[in-house]
Design a protein around this ligand. Structure first.
Ligand code: IMP
Ligand code: MG
Length: 484
């Protein structure tokens, strides 16, 4: 056996031992990071999990790296070694000559020359990455890549097993099962026990849960800011608790203990002097409830928006998708006379956002309808017809949601009688499983499960239209309704 094979074998001996020990999960992961570093004669190793929206990386364990390097800034999975997200092992021979690293200066200060990274895969899904940092420029061998791939597999199995254990120990108290759980869009949250160990304080965990509920992306302590130096050495550092990429905001949580508040205030002020471009807020629980309310994430005062049982699509998810749809529409209708037609009232939020992102001259018009009965028995009556003549124009029917398709089917029949040049449909939501009428949909924002949703224009008895996200209604509310 050559020397490196002996190193791999030695590492696996300790990794297997740690994995099969009764140590807490973070200790096991740190031990894996340490033995991986040694086997590859590297400077350090970090194990990172992808955030729910799969955009950022959260460090969950590490070895050999300084806090300043580990928390150098927000690690964007699509910018930093993006090929790992395609399931590949990525090596960088010389960081100073490479464009795939997000923080080359930090690597230089840390005296890191090279990187090898591998994806953590669970049943074919990428859930995170393991990265090893070399001391100098280095060609990692095929053997190194195979070794790291095996380490990545062990980490993934360890996380999975930990999740399973959590589920089994919770089994006496089964959660209410409902068909809601089937949605494919629900992100996999961080394993509970891992969560408890990464957070320094229960209030941080509580805050993270709230952010998860609203599907707001968060990173825990992703960046350390040096605040004071002596003889070129950092003597004071500040690591804010959270970063919320959607709001570009750092958050430091605080309790009501005055001595701590004063000290944290001083650090926040110092940080703002040094980095005026950084947005940071020092918040206690009341403050963060207010902050979330300001962004529409909470009914003022209440714990969660009353009657909403979960958030299906966050404000940011909706905005991104609407922008992408608008770009596609702008390309497809270039050079044509476009008219957007919406049916009141549910479509107002979608129509308003969509049209602002379409980069073509266009006209808009609205119709209003009422419907009677349900399912195949339902009949639709137009209460407000178009103001404009759409003959020979290119009409794009904009819908909030297509459910059975009966409404749309009726409206398309009505609109085609005016002989537009073309007639297409753009819907934000598609509840395909419920379809009765076979209507062609040309642009679809999101396919959603069979669940009654509200928000972003959609209502339940006239309420909830002003929520900036789309949420599921508490099943109890609907059941009560059906019993009436
Ligand atoms: P369809 O005729 O069954 O396709 O129903 C379409 C209309 O029903 C939409 O324009 C909405 O007004 C309403 N609708 C269907 N599903 C939902 C929902 O989940 N939330 C709110 N309104 C809905
Ligand atoms: Mg902290």
């Amino acid at each position: 056996m050559d020397d490196s094979r002996i190193k791999y074998a030695e590492a696996f001996k300790y990794i297997a031992k740690a994995t099969n020990s009764s140590l807490p999960l973070t200790k096991v992961l740190n031990s894996i990071a340490k033995n991986t570093t040694k086997a590859l004669r590297a400077a350090g190793c970090a194990i990172m999990l992808l955030s729910p929206q799969k955009e950022h990386l959260n460090i969950i364990a590490a070895h050999g790296l300084s806090d300043l390097y580990l928390r150098k800034g927000i690690v964007n999975a699509r910018k930093s070694l993006p090929d790992i997200l395609d399931g590949k092992v990525v090596t960088i021979f010389d960081i100073s000559q490479d464009e795939q690293t997000q923080y080359p200066e930090a690597a230089e200060t840390e005296k890191i020359g090279s990187i090898i990274g591998a994806p953590l895969l669970q049943k074919g899904d990428i859930i995170g990455e393991v990265r090893v940092y070399g001391k100098e420029p280095k060609h990692f061998s095929k053997g190194d890549a195979d070794f790291l791939t095996t380490v990545a597999n062990i980490i993934a199995v360890t996380l999975e097993r930990n999740n399973l254990y959590q589920m089994l120990t919770k089994a006496e108290r089964p959660e209410k099962t409902s068909r809601r759980k089937k949605s494919t869009e629900t992100p996999k949250p961080t394993p509970q026990s891992l969560r408890q160990s990464i957070f320094g304080h229960p209030s941080e965990e509580e805050f993270a849960k709230l952010l998860d509920f609203y599907r707001l992306e968060w990173l825990y302590e992703p960046r350390s800011f040096p605040l004071a130096w002596e003889n070129g050495k950092v003597t004071e550092m500040f690591t804010p608790d959270f970063y919320l990429p959607d709001l570009d905001l750092y958050i430091e949580l605080t309790t009501l203990k005055q001595s701590l508040v004063t000290e944290k205030n001083r650090k926040v002020r110092r940080l703002q002097e040094l980095h005026p471009e950084i947005n940071i807020k020092l918040l206690n629980k009341n403050d963060y409830l207010k902050l979330l309310a300001k962004y529409g994430y909470r009914a003022a005062g209440g714990a969660k928006v009353e009657g909403i049982n979960r958030v299906l699509l966050s404000h940011t998810q909706i905005q991104r998708r609407v922008q992408a749809l608008a770009e596609q529409i702008s390309r497809d209708y270039a050079g044509r006379q476009l008219v957007l037609i919406g049916v009141l009232k549910g479509v107002i939020c979608f129509m308003s956002d969509l049209m602002q992102h379409i980069s073509l001259p266009l006209a808009i018009d609205f119709m209003a309808i009422t419907s009677y009965g349900s399912g195949t028995e339902s009949a639709v009556k137009i209460t407000k017809d178009l103001d404009t003549d759409i003959a020979n124009l290119h009409v794009l029917m904009v819908e909030d949601i297509v459910d059975t398709g009966m409404t749309l089917n009726y409206i398309l029949g009505h609109l085609s009688s005016f002989k537009p040049a073309t007639l297409r449909v753009c819907t934000l939501l598609d509840k395909r499983i419920r379809r009765l009428a076979d209507v062609p949909l040309d642009y679809i924002g999101f396919e959603i499960p069979d669940e009654f949703v509200v928000g972003y224009g959609l209502d339940y008895h006239g309420e909830y239209r002003n929520l900036p996200f789309i949420g599921g209604l508490e099943p109890k509310l609907i059941e009560e309704e059906q019993l009436k």
